[in-house]
Ligand binder design. Structure first.
Ligand code: ZN
Ligand code: ZN
Length: 170
């Protein structure tokens, strides 16, 4: 009996989950297809927020939508973004358009920011401290290699087989 109940409640859970997903999906479709939908706020496929501003707006696309992060950046600057300027998301979350998360930067600055954020590469002049191997073998080495890439393991130590105590074999 206990087993049967478990299976029943699982099925119920599955059904309600499917219903929720369907409702969310159709709400999404209504929003995207209807320009007068709740203030005209739409999340585009890449995760950026689009705001209905009307086709007359200088940041608007052909449907009259503009990127919210660009609108926020211009409000912060008190002027239009220059062709070389990008509205960067400080926390890397494309839909967090709180003014304190939006930083207007030049394309060059932006590349530099993402180089750091995406790969953690060493900046020119950044210190290169000694760190210990993440496998806990106790060996230490310089954090960045000659190409400026950060390292966590001595080469080879992240793939060696280990025994039950987490020590390397051989
Ligand atoms: Zn960015
Ligand atoms: Zn090691």
């Amino acid at each position: 009996m206990a087993w049967k109940h478990t299976e029943e409640s699982k099925a119920k859970l599955r059904a309600s989950w499917t219903q929720e997903r369907r409702a969310a999906r159709s709400a999404e479709l209504r929003g995207a297809g209807n320009h007068t939908w709740k203030g005209g706020r739409v999340i585009e496929p890449r995760g950026y927020v689009l705001i209905r501003v009307g086709v007359g707006h200088h940041l608007a696309d052909v449907r009259g939508y503009a990127y919210e992060h660009r609108l926020v950046a211009e409000k912060k600057l008190g002027r239009s973004l220059l062709p070389d300027e990008i509205a960067h998301h400080d926390d890397e979350h494309k839909s967090n358009n709180e003014p304190n998360n939006i930083e207007p930067v030049t394309r060059a600055e932006h590349r530099k920011l993402h180089r750091k954020l995406d790969k953690g590469l060493r900046d020119p002049g950044e210190p290169n401290p000694k760190v210990t191997c993440a496998c806990e073998c106790g060996a230490s080495f310089l954090r960045f290699d000659n190409s400026g890439r950060p390292r966590r393991f001595i080469s080879g130590h992240n793939s060696l087989p280990r025994n039950a105590k987490g020590q390397f074999n051989g």
